[in-house]
Unconditional design. Structure first.
Length: 229
């Protein structure tokens, strides 16, 4: 028997990043997305991760970001400070990271919760979850929410991330310390800056003029997050 998959194309104009760029995000859109995400995280499977492993994974990601961005310090003047301050924050707040594991807050989440992976239809569709590496999907929901907030900031709405975290904290009955949210935002910003710059290490990168300015924008948001602004 042959199986046939029938797919419906989601409307591009309702993708979250596109809606934000047009300045058309409405309170009802936020309400609907909070409901969808809260239902998802409430029903998500608990991720059985060791405290030390969780901290080690985060630090490994920071080290990889520092290694790649270190190759561009002459053209990305914020890279060194952003990497150093994020590493220092990870050391300072290791107890907060371990507490999230001890409190069984980690779940098998989305793994790549970007604004272009959210479509504001009714109900909102969240798609393109990572499936090739189960470890990448073992996350703190608020890590993913900070990532989504960062991407919405990059699209043009800096208020969405804090609002989303506040609403989700109430919906999930979970209020992580602001220092942890800033750390999550910073490490995600470093990762996105690294991925942006890494395009220029390819033999024949597409749109080479795009990547350094984009990396620089992410690095500025890393420093803003760590400064609490």
């Amino acid at each position: 028997m042959d199986w046939v998959v029938v797919m419906r194309r989601l409307p591009q104009e309702r993708m979250l990043d596109e809606v934000i760029r047009r300045g058309e995000l409405l309170p009802r859109d936020v309400d609907a997305l909070v409901t969808t995400l809260a239902d998802f995280y409430r029903g998500a499977v608990h991720a059985d991760v060791d405290e030390g492993e969780y901290v080690a994974r985060l630090r490994l990601g920071l080290a990889l970001s520092a290694s790649v961005l270190g190759q561009f310090e002459s053209v990305l003047p914020d890279a060194h400070e952003a990497c150093q301050r994020t590493r220092e924050a990870s050391l300072m707040h290791e107890g907060l990271l371990r507490a999230r594991v001890a409190e069984r807050r980690l779940v098998e989440g989305h793994g790549d919760l970007r604004a272009e992976h959210v479509c504001l239809v009714d109900p909102p569709a969240v798609f393109d979850a990572l499936e090739f590496d189960a470890r990448l999907g073992e996350v703190d929901p608020f890590d993913e929410l900070c990532f989504l907030g960062l991407e919405c900031d990059m699209a043009g709405d800096a208020s969405f991330g804090p609002l989303l975290c506040t609403r989700m904290a109430a919906a999930l009955d979970d209020a992580p310390p602001s220092a942890l949210l800033r750390l999550y935002t910073a490490k995600n910003g470093l990762m996105r800056a690294r991925l942006s710059a890494a395009h220029l290490l390819e033999t024949d990168p597409r749109h080479p003029e795009k990547w350094l300015p984009q990396a620089s924008r992410y690095l500025k948001r890393v420093l803003m997050a760590l400064s609490g602004s």
